[in-house]
Design a protein around this ligand. Structure first.
Ligand code: ZN
Length: 511
């Protein structure tokens, strides 16, 4: 028990007012528009070797689910179908701070892993949801010009020749972004002290043999993107950058300036000349907190909590095959997860400094650990975030519970009270983002009822089966896009205890 009752009351009142917002489910309006510039200097294409990085936390675990031999370009007619060949994104970009532009040469090496030929590719171009931001300069497939149709974020690209199963092609895209001012809830863009590059390059959406291309339209709240697991090799040159500009990224650069990351959903950057940093270690993983001077209380406190969270989640779910994680403060109102890097709202830091310093029940710690848990449930185990958002969000909220249970057990009842029960959540857990007209009912059902569902399930089948299931689910689905069928198939392999009544209570009937 920490603090007196009256102090606790003050804290609770503060927490209540803070938790009216939340994380990740930030409303993302569709505003702002902006303009162009010169041409990036392409660096030669340097293929990655798909070598798994060394295991991190627990030495005994083997994190790599997907064997990934290198794809070959279509020259060889003898290419054979191969499972889970990850696309490779090789991007050479120049960021000009005076012009507010990013000019990029992007080369995607893509293998058709479906059982049928593909006559087209479908890409998501997230920056194109704002007019005047994305400018396509040229595109070729295996050297032949292609154009296709770009409407909003959907880019449909007919191929000059069908791409047979197991065959690969090189898609080269030269484009320029005119970076919008970062405003409101949008993380992407540039403001006075920070430039955030998130979902900043076109990517080929996953192709499912049964349902087709997994492209979804943007929605004012929730996450609508479905990312395949991919490999990245990126160079980023800065022009007219302020002195002392620091770069937070999904992974740090190697000695040659290449930002490389394997088996990740996306690659993001955040740049600022005002960043201060504090680090911690969790096993072999270095956690770096990037914050501004006015947010230093929380910024300095986060790495110690994060190290505990990474240890807790690694032990419960499985090893995270990463060496670096970044936690970055930003002016958006919520938190948001990306591969290797999470953003947290400056509001979490300021309220922490005002009335929650030294306590663990507050947005900075709870939502900070939530975002970190997405490295397991989103980055390693992917899901269709638009149609099955509960699959990562319910697990991320429940990961907050797990963090407190393992590290601050006395605070668990308070966490339930103010993170979940205060909102009296209702609604069916397994709805899509498009089933909700507004954000609060979506969060209550997907996140909060989702956590209650997992709690009921754990209590029913017992800790042993529950955590064995989660560990197995993580291991089997790593590098893949899990479906509800996968979730329940693997769950059923770990328990014979009936739980249909819990499903009936929390879920809409599943087809
Ligand atoms: Zn989340």
């Amino acid at each position: 028990m920490r603090g007196s009752k009256s102090r606790l009351f003050v804290l609770i009142a503060g927490v209540l007012s803070m938790w009216l917002d939340g994380c990740v489910y930030a409303a993302r309006p569709f505003p702002v528009r902006v303009q162009p510039l010169p041409s990036a200097t392409a660096t030669p294409f340097s293929p990655l070797t798909n070598t798994p990085p060394p295991p991190t936390a627990t030495p005994t675990a083997t994190p790599w689910a997907s064997p990934t031999p290198r794809p070959t370009l279509t020259a060889s007619p003898t290419a054979t179908p191969a499972p889970l060949l990850r696309p490779l994104y090789n991007i050479s970009a120049v960021l000009d701070f005076w012009q507010r532009t990013l000019t990029a040469d992007e080369r995607i090496l893509y293998t058709n892993t479906a059982s049928a030929s593909l006559n087209r590719l479908v890409l998501n171009v997230e920056p194109n949801q704002w007019e005047g931001v994305f400018h396509l300069l040229s595109a070729t497939a295996n050297g032949r010009p292609v154009q296709g149709t770009l409407r909003g974020t959907l880019w449909t690209l007919p191929l000059p020749h069908p791409l047979a199963p197991g065959r690969s092609l090189a898609l080269e895209i030269h484009y320029r972004l005119t970076l919008p001012y970062r405003t409101g809830s949008r993380i992407f863009g540039m403001d006075a002290r920070q430039t955030n590059l998130v979902d900043w390059y076109p990517f080929i959406v996953p192709y499912d043999g049964q349902t087709g291309w997994l492209w979804h339209k943007p929605w004012p709240f929730g996450d609508h993107l479905v990312y395949p697991s991919a490999d990245f090799d990126i160079t980023l040159k800065l022009k007219h950058a302020a002195a002392n500009t620091q770069i937070a990224a999904s992974a740090p650069p190697d000695a040659h300036g290449h930002y490389r990351l394997h088996a990740a959903r996306t690659f993001v950057f955040s740049l600022s000349a005002a960043f201060e940093t504090t680090t911690s270690k969790a096993g072999a993983i270095t956690i770096t907190s990037y914050y501004f001077a006015d947010l230093a209380d929380g910024g300095k406190a986060l790495p110690a909590y994060a190290a505990k969270a990474v240890q807790t989640f690694s032990a419960a779910y499985g090893v995270l095959p990463r060496r670096h994680l970044a936690i970055v403060a930003t002016d958006a109102p919520d938190g948001m997860e990306y591969s290797g890097l999470v953003f947290l709202s400056r509001n979490f830091y300021t309220t922490y400094a005002k009335n929650a310093r030294g306590t663990v029940i507050n947005n900075l710690v709870s939502l900070g650990m939530h975002e970190l848990s997405h490295q397991w449930w989103y980055d390693q185990v992917g899901n269709d975030q638009a149609l099955h958002p509960w699959m990562d969000e319910a697990l991320a909220v429940y990961s907050e519970w797990l963090f407190y249970r393992q590290n601050y057990p006395a605070d668990v009842p308070l966490w339930w009270a103010f993170r979940v029960n205060y909102f009296q959540p209702r609604g069916e857990v397994n709805r899509s983002i498009y089933d909700y007209p507004s954000f609060r009912p979506y969060v209550n059902a997907t996140y909060l009822q989702g956590a209650r569902f997992l709690e009921a399930l754990r209590r029913r089948i017992g800790d042993r089966a529950f955590f064995a299931f989660l560990h197995d689910y993580y291991t089997q689905m790593q590098g893949r896009i899990a479906t509800p069928e996968d979730f329940f198939r693997i769950l059923n392999a770990h328990t014979d205890t009936p739980y249909q009544d819990i499903l009936t209570a929390y879920f809409a009937p599943m087809k």
